[in-house]
Design a protein around this ligand. Structure first.
Ligand code: 3H9
Length: 705
């Protein structure tokens, strides 16, 4: 047995007649340049070394290979290139086998598909998730997967980005054998020896024919039509289908060439940059300064105060995370409603066949409703989700302070109230924190963790641990009205109101915002959330509103009529019985016109492009203020807030990434031009001016936490 002594992330050793190649590039064995070079060296060694009869590829640690190194995208390409290494490996005359025990994703699965036989262990996860990064498999994956699993299933796998279990991969034809255990070297060596003993020759995927070509082409055409509708605005899905068609219609070598061309188009697209930014940003937000110095407090039992929509959603999220919950409500009737709200979620899952009645019963056994605060004496963490009114919340926190054990974390789910003021009514402000969930709380991924002045670092870390347990994407935010998301939202929403009053219809604004990539425009969102909510916020803010600030009353006129949106059958849109989407309402347009006339405004036309320039300029300017004030730690925290809580199109990476891609001087020039109409609203953020003056972008502020 000989071991190659080198710092290479690829270890090559001879085990009898088998060359064992271990990819050892923590944390996930991504295929950075040194790994590709190591793999190439192994292939050369196999070709030249008379003592070796076969090669086994395995991954060290948790993963087989999680794909190309995403950090290398956008940088100058470095040889050797994966497609060439794999083609050479596949073409060789000696057996090459992969033993997969963990994630084999993207380029990782492409390595496996270029071997001659594939073995999976139970922990294997196979997939071609490049679409999530705006890419397509670029190392022969679009050509080999249709040959192994059929054209349509391969295309569907690539379009979904989903991972297959070992069992599913076996059924799909991606792997040849499934064995128990967790040692890929032992299992792989046994498999290789079995193949050698039976005289098995290399079976090259590139030599296989795609099954049922005519039927495959027809199915792909249908898929292309459906995909165009579903993935509106996305670039790579159509290219993936084009590659699979090439696999059906062309010889392997030509198909690979076509794949390369289309891969490079995707690689160079701004969508790839946006999606890769989102991938890393999503993983960075959990890295917070407090984590360096503190460990999370223990928690297993929670109390949720309030069983309304929000309280019930949070309860489900907690139960799903394996925690116990005591739900506190005022009286028996409210408790019954709270329980119903929780059960409704699980009954929905049962109806869809995604949960069994037994699993529901086991989950609900960890749920205890109560009308008495005395029942939460022993809980580790409380989340208050009562009516959004500071006095109501203060009363709850006084009660929590009275009953809860020392060291319990006391959290409020307020979406804009002053958490410092709430903490101040307790004798333990060090234990009080904000946990701003988004509705429906059991589904929405975003969790703003709002950090008041006096909170202890280990409470902050505990909140992040809770987010992890609940599979949420946490973002650290400071205290201000609306924190990160709702504060910025209120500003660009105002910009939309100004455009409405100046001549754009709500329907034009919504259409422009949808074209940009949002699933819905702001007026549709208002109808969905309920116009009464925005109305209440405006009334609350009226007392502190700058009297010089422009105020658009149109939304108040709509709300005064009780037109709150979907729940009342009309809002900005009409929702006749059974209508799933709203219809334009001439009466709303008449109200808008009347308000314009009242203010002496002659409406003017807005193009969709101008609508978005104003909408985004307002958003980015407020983002810069939020950053400057330290409400958000880094630009990426704002991006993640908008991606996971506000429907910002992921392929644009978030508002900060969008601004960087536009170029900050252009965004600032727009703000300065708009300031000529309304200097108060369009005051450029000093940070934005500073970055432009220094020739920097927002990304330059994204240091690692
Ligand atoms: C591709 O392959 C293109 C080819 O077709 C073209 C060839 C020409 N690169 O997610 P985690 C980091 S495209 C670099 O928290 P988990 C990640 O940032 C690629 N880094 O762990 C994090 O770093 P940090 C197709 C990567 O256990 C750490 O690893 N492949 C990569 O929850 C742990 O990650 C994919 O899209 C990477 N490829 O999940 C797979 N992957 O500790 C993407 C991860 O500094 N990866 N990192 O924050 C995943 O889906 C998950 O990471 C995985 C593990 C399931 C593997």
């Amino acid at each position: 047995m000989s071991e190659q002594a080198s710092a290479s992330p690829v270890h090559i050793r001879l085990d009898g007649e088998v060359l064992v190649v271990t990819i050892d590039n923590p944390p996930v064995n991504a295929l950075r340049q040194a790994v590709r070079a190591g793999l190439q060296e192994a292939v050369e060694q196999l070709e030249q070394d008379a003592a070796s009869r076969a090669m086994l590829i395995v991954g060290q640690g948790k993963a087989f290979i999680a794909g190309a190194d995403i950090r290398e995208f956008g940088k100058p390409p470095m040889a050797p290139f994966l497609p060439e290494v794999l083609n050479r490996m596949e073409a060789g005359g000696k057996l090459v086998v992969a033993a997969i025990h963990g994630p084999a994703l993207g380029g990782g699965l492409e390595v496996a598909m270029a071997t001659h036989y594939r073995l999976a262990l139970p922990g294997a996860k196979l997939g071609l998730p490049e679409v999530n990064l705006g890419l397509l498999p670029g190392a022969g994956g679009t050509q080999r997967s249709p040959r192994l699993m059929g054209a349509l299933p391969a295309a569907e796998l690539m379009l979904s980005g989903k991972h297959l279990s070992a069992k599913a991969a076996l059924a799909a034809g991606l792997v040849d054998k499934l064995v128990e255990g967790d040692d890929p070297v032992a299992a792989g060596l046994a498999y290789v020896r079995e193949l050698l003993a039976s005289g098995t020759q290399p079976r090259r995927t590139c030599d296989l024919e795609v099954a049922d070509k005519a039927a495959a082409l027809a199915a792909l055409d249908q898929l292309a039509q459906d995909t165009a509708k579903k993935t509106r605005g996305l670039f790579s899905p159509a290219k993936i289908i084009e590659c699979v068609k090439a696999a059906v219609q062309m010889p392997f070598a030509e198909g690979v060439k076509r794949e390369r061309e289309l891969f490079l188009e995707c690689l160079n697209s701004p969508q790839r940059a946006g999606l890769v930014h989102a991938f890393f940003a999503e993983r960075e937000t959990a890295k917070i300064p407090e984590a360096r110095a503190a460990a999370p407090r223990h928690f297993a039992k929670l109390a949720i105060i309030g069983g309304g929509t929000m309280g019930a959603g949070i309860t489900v999220a907690a139960l799903d995370a394996g925690l116990s919950v005591v739900m506190i409500e005022r009286d028996a009737e409210s408790i019954a409603r709270g329980r119903k709200n929780v059960e409704k979620v699980y009954d929905g899952l049962i109806a869809k066949g995604r949960m069994t009645a037994e699993a529901k019963a086991a989950t609900m056994a960890r749920y205890q409703p109560s009308t008495s605060y005395d029942d939460i004496k022993d809980v580790d963490l409380v989340i208050e989700a009562v009516f959004e009114d500071i006095e109501v919340k203060k009363a709850v926190f006084k009660e929590l302070d009275r009953v809860c054990k020392s060291g319990a974390v006391l959290a409020t789910n307020t979406s804009y109230l002053d958490i410092d003021a709430i903490a101040a009514v307790t004798s333990r402000p060090q234990d009080v924190i904000g946990l701003h969930f988004f509705s429906p709380a059991n589904i929405m991924k975003l969790l703003e963790i709002v950090v008041p002045a006096k909170v202890a670092p280990d409470v902050v870390v505990t909140a992040f641990e809770l987010a992890k347990r609940m599979k949420k994407v946490p973002v650290r935010a400071g205290v201000c009205d609306g924190f990160i998301g709702n504060r910025i939202l209120s500003v660009y929403r105002e910009a939309a109101n100004y455009m409405l009053e100046d001549g754009a219809s709500p329907y034009e604004i919504d259409a422009a915002v949808r074209e940009f990539g949002y699933p819905m425009g702001p007026f549709q969102v208002s109808d969905l959330a309920g116009g009464d909510i925005g109305w209440a916020t405006r009334k609350r803010k009226a007392a502190t509103r700058d009297p010089r600030a422009r105020y658009v009353e149109i939304a108040d006129r709509i709300a005064e009529r009780g037109w709150y949106g979907q729940k009342t059958g009309r809002g900005w849109y009409l929702y006749p019985e059974g209508a799933r989407t709203g219809q334009q309402d001439p009466e709303v347009l008449a109200i808008v016109d009347a308000e314009r006339t009242k203010k002496g405004i002659t409406p003017r036309a807005f193009t969709h492009e101008e609508i978005m320039r104003r909408y985004m300029a307002a958003m980015v300017n407020e983002c810069a203020k939020v950053l400057e004030e330290g409400i958000a730690l880094r630009p990426l925290d704002i991006d993640v807030t908008f991606l996971f809580g506000y429907g910002f199109p992921r392929w644009r990476g978030g508002p900060m990434q969008w601004a960087d891609m536009q170029g900050l001087p252009k965004v600032l020039a727009d703000i300065e031009a708009f300031a000529k109409e309304d200097a108060l609203f369009w005051q450029p953020a000093p940070l934005l001016k500073k970055l432009v003056a220094e020739g920097r972008n927002f990304a330059s502020l994204n240091q690692r936490g």
